[in-house]
Design a binder for this molecule. Sequence first.
Ligand code: PLP
Length: 402
Amino acid sequence: MLDVQKIRADFPILFREVYGHPLVYLDNGATTQKPRAVVDAMMDEYLNVNANVHRGVHYLSQQATDLHEQARETVRRFINARSTAEVIFTRGTTESINLVASSFGQAFLHDDDEVILTEMEHHSNIVPWQLLQARTRIIIKVCPITDEGRLDMEVLPTLFSDKTRLLSCTYVSNVLGTVNPVRDIIQLAHQHNVPVLIDAAQAAPHLPIDVQELDCDFLAFSGHKIYGPTGIGVLYGKEQILEQMPPYMGGGEMIGKVSFQHTTFNNLPYKFEAGTPDYVATTGLARALDYVGAIGFSAIQQHEQELTQYAREQLSQIPGMRLFPPSDDAVISFLVGNIHHLDLGTLLDRLGIAVRTGHHCAEPLMHRLGIEGTVRASFALYNTCEEVDKLIAAINRIRQMF
Ligand code: PLP
């Protein structure tokens, strides 16, 4: 069992007030709060270790490089990659997917080749493919969702052809909280010799991830959604595929030898890490993963699922409530009567409750649902049933105003 009060004590921001109300932070799908251990580790590195990595012979540079590479090993262990060569640091999920679209696209996607996406993707797993489409005439096929908010697994197999080169889909929907059957999807794609990219932005904070067991070819996640710093994320890729992909950006760090006639590139993962990396953020990310690892995903999942179920039950009793299923995990989207989502979100804020409103960077999904946006409550390991009760009471109070 999770000792939530002990955990909350690690997150100073949870004790502040907003408009005279104790903060109820239910916007964890957008970004999570940071435990003191993460901020302390980063502050310590800036104040006591700071030097550029990989390029200095001096003591501080060596120490900063050690911390940076230890962080890579921490990420490797966290996702059970075979080697640190498969762990590329990026600015986040968005950059990870853009890297694959650009570099894998250049190597493997030619005119008339096909990429399969799904109707529930975040814009960051749609637009990079459209940008590629502007350079190469690839075809984007889209797996629809059912009325229950799940991928239509009857349609998905029919989307493969001998032109399919990649399937890219989210593990957990940031709007519907759907946990997609990614193992089945990966197996199906592999039967067609199609590699798979998993967007794990909303999965990594809530579910254990084992890339070898999943057998995914790429996987992306963001540090800031898993209690780590902003501006750092991860792209995992299978070594044999990454080896065949050209660099994404050029600059320092990613080269072997440079001359005006000919330049060679560095080994993995550095080939994809041009320029000075955010080595302080990698330390923070490693601390965040250690923090989550010390609590353990079985306790986290049990707590968050109880919380999600409780919230679903309580919300469903509010007159006029429209829930957008299935909310398998930590994310609940809803609308109440004909109150505009923006009004509801703004009024909740005045009562100290932070939720997200709008299209959640998933406009195609909004079109499918026939709406403009929702209110989204998304949970983290430090949220409590009392906070859900405050959300319910606040919605009821606002409902009476309308
Ligand atoms: N994918 C999903 C499913 C997300 O929910 C998000 C962010 O909300 C992203 C990708 C983009 O993540 P980031 O902005 O950290 O790059």
